[in-house]
Structure formats: C-alpha cells, structure tokens
Write a protein that binds this ligand. Structure first.
Ligand code: TRP
Length: 375
C-alpha cells in the first residue's frame, strides 16, 4: 500500500489561506450559524467535546466565554463531553501543584454552573488509556511540518529559539494531535470555542480524513468536526488583558460578592464620560458592558444606551449589581456542593471516567480492527 501524507486533490478545507484568515473566520461564522439552526432542529446529531487544562479553579472569563455556552448546549439536548486535560498541564511546566485539588474545584465549578452529570460526561485525560493510545496512529497521519504550522506550537518554537521561556517539550509539540484524539475518541463532531480553535480543529479534520482514506475508505469511521464559534468575546481582567489566573487579573467563580465588587471597582475604564459600546476603540468599557449585558440578559449596545451619560461610575454600579445577582444561585449551589450537600465531585468524575473509558475502549477496538491489528 502506498502511504501518502499529502492531502487529497479534491477540494478540501485545508486550502491555501491560513485557518485564521479573515475569509476563513467569516466562513466559520457562517458555518456556526448553520449549525445553530441544525441544533435547534435536531440536537441529537451533535456530540460536543471541549474542556480545559486544570491549572486553577475557573474564573469569570471561562464562565462567560465557554462554560455558560456548554450549559446552553446541554440544555438544548446536545450530548456534551468535557475533558479535564491533566496531561496538558505537563506540556510546559514541571510543577503541577495540587492536581487532585484543582480538578475537584473545576468539577465543582462545572456543577455549580449547571453542568448536569446525568447528561454530560466529565473525565480526566490520564484516566482514559485508550484515548491516549490513539495518539500513536494519529501521529503517523501528520507530518512534523504540519504540526509546526500550528500557531501555539509555532509560538512556542519561536520563543524557544529566542531563548525566551523554556525549550519546547515533545509533549507540547504533539499536543495538537493529542487534542485530535480528545475529540475523535468519542466521535465528537462539534468543538465550541473562539477563533483560536480553528487551526486545532483543522488538524483534527486532517487526521480524521486521512484515517478514513487509509483505513476506512468504504465507510468513513471518524467525523470531521466543526468549530462552533463562541457567542461571547474574550473576557478581559482588571488590567485590560485577557483574564487569566496567572495574570492575577481574574475573578474566580468561587469568589464572593465583595470580591466581585472589588473586581469591578478595579477594572480599567477610560477617560471618556459617555458610555458607548465600541470594542475596538474602547476595549475596557466594552468588556464591562459585555459582562453586565451577559449577567442581565441584554445586549452590550442596549446596556450602553441605558447608561450613556451616567459614565464609568454608573457603569460599574450596574455591572456589579448584575453580576452579583446573576452569580447568586451559582455561588449558593457551589457552597452547598463544597459542603457535601449533593454529589461528591470526585464521584462525579469517577462515573465520567468510567463512561469515557467505555467509549474509548470501543473506539480503540474498532481502530485496531480497521488497521488490521487484531491478534
Ligand atoms: N487546550 C484546551 C484548553 O487549554 C483544553 C482542551 C484539551 C481541549 N483538549 C481539547 C479543547 C480538545 C477543545 C478540544 O483550554
């Protein structure tokens, strides 16, 4: 058999333009709108796979940017699978901290936010051996040059070459292919996320397509997943940079109402009196409007109109009230769960891991059959 790594001649989505070019972002937006309509008509066609690295408890940026959207999809009847990607934590650091404690906090955050473990599967990478084994055949389907084109890998390679940061580990180099295994082990066909997910999912599509061509030509085995672009823009922290735990600019979901008020008080604004929603020109004011509108169930534009001449003081007051109000039930649930009222987060995880293992074992079994590795 001729083994080729070149893409098929047929029109493919890995076209000349980079996955994050304006044209492909516009295409991804159009595709996401189509998918939203399909979800409304028949949610059972989709299985969502997404997740995060357990580097800390979840913050408001995670919640507004992704977790709330997962809860929405779950409630719409889409099957959701969430990976707590513990193997990704060791891609770029030696110290993992208290992983078990961090994972527990994240499960608590999910449950408090409305993730229902009866409908949504939560699992940890390291607990699902068959998923990780898929990495080996998948690595054979891509070239090192293709991996090097992944923006995250490229940025790390550049930094390492300039001796900024640490040398890149082999696990970091292969992590885009590992993510393909995360998505494909459960036949996930939808990955919600921002534009930064586009190149990752493109590589997953490549892996799926080549696997199908090579081993399952008669009837494609893996789906080629789509990105469902997130409705909310990236949330900024108090200093106007992307919210993240390591930047020290975040409001954690487990924080209380005083911390919420402090967070909004400290948030940067600008010197213009009249409040308007102009994300490009006034990112900090736009960020507060996004948060306030999300919490109050309105649009940033409408909220800006409502506040207008009230200025930054009024804006901060309104956003604080809206956030405190919106997060009240979530925080109450979280406190109750943390105090042992409700399912134990580590039990929820154990059940999720059992289910993920069932799915992954079945997939690896099929893959062995398709590859002729049945002994
Ligand atoms: N890398 C993602 C993050 O840090 C987490 C993740 C792991 C993921 N595997 C994935 C996201 C597969 C989407 C699909 O948040």
């Amino acid at each position: 058999m001729t083994v080729t790594l070149t893409p098929p001649a047929a029109p493919s989505r890995e076209s000349a333009s980079a996955p994050s070019s304006t044209a492909s972002v516009a295409a991804a937006r159009a595709r996401s709108a189509e998918i939203e309509a399909q979800i409304a008509a028949d949610p059972s066609r989709f299985r969502v796979l997404t997740g995060e690295r357990p580097t800390g408890a979840l913050h408001l940026g995670h919640y507004v940017g992704t977790v709330a959207n997962r809860v929405r999809l779950q409630r719409a009847g889409v099957e959701v699978v969430l990976v707590i990607a513990d193997y990704q934590v060791i891609t770029d650091r030696d110290e993992t901290g208290d992983l078990r404690g961090t994972v527990r906090e994240i499960v608590l955050d999910y449950l408090a936010a409305g993730i229902d473990p009866e409908r949504t599967t939560i699992f940890t990478h390291s607990s699902v051996p068959a998923l990780n084994q898929l990495l080996l055949p998948f690595l054979s389907l891509v070239t090192t040059a293709e991996i090097e084109r992944n923006p995250t890998v490229k940025a790390e390679a550049l930094a390492a070459a300039r001796r900024q940061g640490r040398p890149m580990s082999g696990l970091l180099f292969t992590y885009p292919v590992h993510q393909a295994a995360d998505i494909l082990f459960c036949h996930g066909n939808l990955v919600p996320g921002g534009q930064d997910q586009l190149p990752h999912v493109e590589l997953t599509r490549t892996v799926a397509r080549r696997f199908n061509q090579r081993y399952a030509a008669a009837s494609p085995y893996f789906p080629e997943p789509d990105v469902l672009l997130a409705p909310a823009p990236t949330i900024l922290g108090t200093d106007g940079r992307k919210m993240s735990k390591s930047a020290g600019n975040a409001l954690e979901l487990r924080d209380d109402e005083d911390a919420t008020a402090r967070f909004v008080r400290r948030a940067k604004t600008d010197s213009e009196r009249h409040v308007t929603y102009e994300p490009d020109r006034r990112p900090e004011v736009a960020n507060l409007l996004t948060l306030g509108a999300f919490a109050a169930g309105t649009t940033p534009e409408a909220l800006a109109d409502e506040i207008g001449a009230g200025g930054a003081g009024r804006l901060k007051h309104v956003v604080t009230e809206a956030l405190v109000e919106h997060l009240r039930p979530l925080r109450a649930r979280r406190r109750a769960l943390a105090a042992g009222d409700g399912p134990d987060p580590l039990d929820v995880l154990a059940r999720g891991n059992a289910r993920a293992n069932e799915i992954a074992d079945r997939t690896l079994d099929d893959v062995r059959d398709l590859m002729g590795m049945r002994y």
